[in-house]
Design a protein around this ligand. Sequence first.
Ligand SMILES: [Fe+2]
Ligand SMILES: [Fe+2]
Length: 264
Amino acid sequence: MIRVAAVGDIHMGPESQGVLRPAFETLPECADLLLLAGDLTRHGTPEEARVVAREIQDLAVPVVAVLGNHDHHDERPQEVAALLEDAGARVLEGSATVVTVGDTRVGVAGTKGFGGGFVGRSAGEFGEPLMKEFVRYSRRSADALRQALEDLDEQGCDVRIALTHFSPVPETLAGEPLEIYPFLGSYLLAEAIDTAGADLAVHGHAHAGTEHGITTGGVKVRNVAQPVIGRAFRVYHLRVREQAAAGAGRGDSERLEKGAPAGG
Ligand SMILES: [Fe+2]
Ligand SMILES: [Fe+2]
């Protein structure tokens, strides 16, 4: 059983220092890794990124992150990512990493993702260059996620997780105004996840959304935006393939979940 802690949209600023650290220090007791689903800062400034970096510095569990749109606002996402990496986090963008937990190889494929909307209500690659570029940006992000998940499969990972900031499905947006769904996620991300396969998809961004969703291919989706989960992080328990094969078929994953300590 792999224990995956996750939170997004912690939106830290100068006065946030120390708010999450006490809860993060309890992670080794309840989780094998921590996923950060983007919007870690408010405006993507290096000053804010340093606050996040100190919050995660030298945690006793591996930290894997993607950035969110807020982390891009100051147009220095590489600097933000570098500061988090200096603190020990692995920051993904169209890439993947493998965390080893005992004998189990946990693969995490990550991308920020982007908007565009969902099937039947989505933006099309048509018309003005800006509109086409909007959709192409989403498509490139989804293609990179699919490739990263497929690479993890080839590497023989026992568990694969898709980590994004934008949502792959509309279910986890329930509670948000319908009018802004196209800015909250893209069905292209879910297509990528279903094509490549994954045991869990984790995202943030939709502060007024809903925690639980599922792709049409049956991959469980969790919106871990902090305002949604209402705690420092959530922990999801995933069965590894060997265990699943014995009980319910290769690649099957089961989510058991429990509350994590509150902490801001
Ligand atoms: Fe956010
Ligand atoms: Fe966001």
